[in-house]
Design a binder for this molecule. Structure first.
Ligand SMILES: NC(=O)c1ccc[n+]([C@@H]2O[C@H](COP(=O)([O-])OP(=O)(O)OC[C@H]3O[C@@H](n4cnc5c(N)ncnc54)[C@H](O)[C@@H]3O)[C@@H](O)[C@H]2O)c1
Length: 388
């Protein structure tokens, strides 16, 4: 383990960036730069954390500084170009936010560029560090459910947004099996976006893993109970597992048996805190020659492949086998091909309120002074604007 204090830079000073800062602080990493085209955003981080220098772009930063680590915390479509630029700048490690990329070509480019530069790239599916999912993985690996037959996951807010966490989480608890094929259905009748990326109104999919385990997922359909809790059925038992709880039932049990996670549910961080701290620690250890990070880009690209295969299946009306041949964004291709005509006119973005460009910074500061988090502040400012 290196004894020198490592340095880090945050690229994209918005909501999730605060949790990356927490992760670095918990592991003693020094924050030396905050990069954001918006002066209010980058300067806020300098003043709140009392460290680092502010830059308008990654290129500007590299003219003066080369941090050891970089966090890519901008919106989805910028993940690939910023990761590639960071790797070209010679950093040792990158934590890039989810979804890793919008399309398999970008995901594979990120993997290849980082492999060539020797940069360790982790994708921030930080829920892999929650005790509930870890317990689920441990019990399944120990054969507590026999052979896993089927996992069911139900979530909302878009395939690229919550879907990537859910699919990645199911892969995690199953021990990261390879995918054999995917079949999917996609609806997009409204002009829906999420953080500037066109997304579906709703979708569902069946994922068949090598070995025969299947995952059935639905997104933005029935929202009752939608969460990051998975229902797992095995040949010898069943499990309900979320980030904060895990319970099992088998042939000998009277009913559900709560599994001891060793930590109370209300002390588990699904974002930030211990989750981001441990995510950072595992990256530092990986850089120092330790085991591959559980969120390594080579694993996360398989989650991208499942999401893209689901959409490609809807595009082609076929079961789609992996490796996925289509390297673009199948939803965009379907839109371009006229396969998803918009029936309700009017572009909208379900996370558009996060765009800080037009925000009233005086009101922002007032709300921040009350202790409110960034996401809630932006939502509140947007609601005030709607009310006129
Ligand atoms: N892992 C999680 O649980 C989790 C949770 C929330 C968000 N996210 C992901 O984090 C990413 C950011 O989401 P957010 O909610 O923090 O958004 P946000 O809008 O709050 O912050 C994004 C910031 O990036 C800045 N930015 C834009 N272009 C840039 C550029 N070229 N270089 C540097 N900065 C730039 C913006 O000005 C903004 O300040 C998204 O991809 C999202 O999916 C992950």
């Amino acid at each position: 383990m290196s004894t020198e204090r490592r340095t880090a830079a945050i690229i994209g000073c918005g909501d999730i960036a605060h949790h990356h800062v927490t992760g670095y602080q918990r592991e003693g990493v020094e924050l030396i730069a905050f990069v954001d085209p918006l002066p209010a955003a980058r300067n806020q981080f300098i003043s709140e954390y009392g460290t680092g220098k502010a830059y308008a772009s990654l290129a500007d930063m590299f003219t003066e500084l080369k941090p050891d680590l970089i966090s890519v915390c901008a919106w989805h479509l910028l993940h690939a170009p910023l990761t590639v630029e960071a790797a070209a700048g010679g950093v040792q490690g990158i934590i890039c936010e989810k979804p890793m990329a919008v399309g398999l070509a970008d995901a594979d480019r990120m993997v290849d560029v980082c492999a060539a530069s020797g940069t360790k790239l982790a994708i921030s599916h930080q829920r892999r560090f929650t005790p509930g999912w870890e317990k689920g993985r441990e019990l399944i690996a120990a054969g507590a459910l026999g052979e896993v037959v089927m996992v069911v996951a139900k979530f909302g807010a878009g395939l690229l947004n919550c879907g990537t966490h859910a699919i990645d989480g199911v892969r995690f608890i199953l021990g990261d099996p390879a995918t054999e094929w995917v079949m999917g259905a996609v609806e997009r009748r409204t002009d829906k976006f999420e953080r500037d990326t066109p997304i579906e109104d709703s979708c569902m999919g069946l994922v068949h893993f090598v070995g025969g385990t299947q995952l059935f997922l639905q997104c933005d359909l029935d929202m009752k109970g939608a969460s990051f809790q998975f229902f797992v059925r095995g040949t010898e038992g069943m499990m309900e597992v979320s980030e904060t709880a895990c319970r099992t039932m088998d042939g000998g049990a009277v009913g559900w048996v709560d599994q001891d996670l060793g930590v109370p549910a209300n002390e588990i961080n699904v974002i930030g805190g211990k989750a981001n701290g441990r995510q950072t620690r595992e990256l530092l250890a990986w850089i120092d020659g330790g085991p591959e990070h559980r969120c390594a880009a080579t694993t996360a690209r398989d989650t991208v492949e499942i999401m893209m295969a689901l959409e490609e299946s809807a595009r082609r009306h076929q079961v789609v086998a992996t490796p996925l041949a289509e390297k673009g964004y199948p939803l965009q291709l379907m839109m371009d091909e006229g396969k998803l005509p918009v029936e309700v006119a009017g572009r909208y973005d379900i996370r558009g309120y996060l765009n800080r460009e037009q925000a009233d910074e005086a009101q922002y500061d007032e709300l921040r002074a009350t202790g409110m988090g960034h996401h809630q502040i932006m939502r509140t400012l947007w609601e005030r604007q709607q009310e006129g």
